[in-house]
Design a protein around this ligand. Structure first.
Ligand code: NI
Length: 177
């Protein structure tokens, strides 16, 4: 965080199944595996293209389940309704910290996969959260810019040691405290 590439509006990928994109995805997969996160967007590896990879492990999937490692190219996210929920997020570009961030619970995701095939999915919960977080990276948005309450922001070590229950939030996105 602080590098200007993370504030740029990334450029559409012209050829989702091209060899340069395949190489970029391979490198991003290695980086994600080394870093141990759930998602990585191309701007985080200094490439201002509209592409991210993500994976939801079984333990994080909650009521919506696990998602295998997936690449999403030229994503478009559309909320399916007004339901917003708070949930914890971290970011490989903001190491050591986590925060509760409001996100739409239910979204439609369209785009292309690494083979150039169209994606059109309705997704919910933690998977929808990850997709919104990663799509934000393509628009120069980092999660602190989405936060509604800075009490739910802290170091991993401390927030995991002293877990704060998250409030339900209203449709307007304001904390219902
Ligand atoms: Ni991130």
């Amino acid at each position: 965080m602080g590098h200007p590439v993370l504030l740029d509006h990334a450029v559409e990928v012209a050829e989702p199944d091209g060899p340069e994109i395949a190489e970029l995805i391979r490198n991003m997969v290695e980086t994600l595996e080394d870093a141990g996160g759930v998602g990585l967007a191309a701007p985080q590896v200094f490439t201002s293209l509209r592409l991210f990879i993500y994976e939801v492990p079984e333990i994080r999937g909650g009521d919506t389940g696990a998602v295998p490692l997936t690449a999403v190219i030229n994503p478009i996210v559309t909320p399916l309704d007004d339901e917003i929920e708070l949930g914890w997020e971290g970011c490989l570009s903001i190491p050591g910290l986590r925060a509760a961030v409001p996100r739409y619970r239910n979204i439609r995701l369209t785009g292309f996969d690494a083979a150039g095939k169209p994606i059109d999915q309705s997704i919910s919960g933690f998977q929808a959260r990850v997709v919104q977080h990663e799509t934000d990276h393509l628009n120069g948005v980092l999660y602190p810019m989405r936060m509604s309450d800075f009490r739910y922001f802290g170091f991993n070590e401390e927030t995991l040691r002293y877990p704060l229950p998250l409030p339900e939030i209203s449709l307007a996105g304001e904390p219902a405290l």
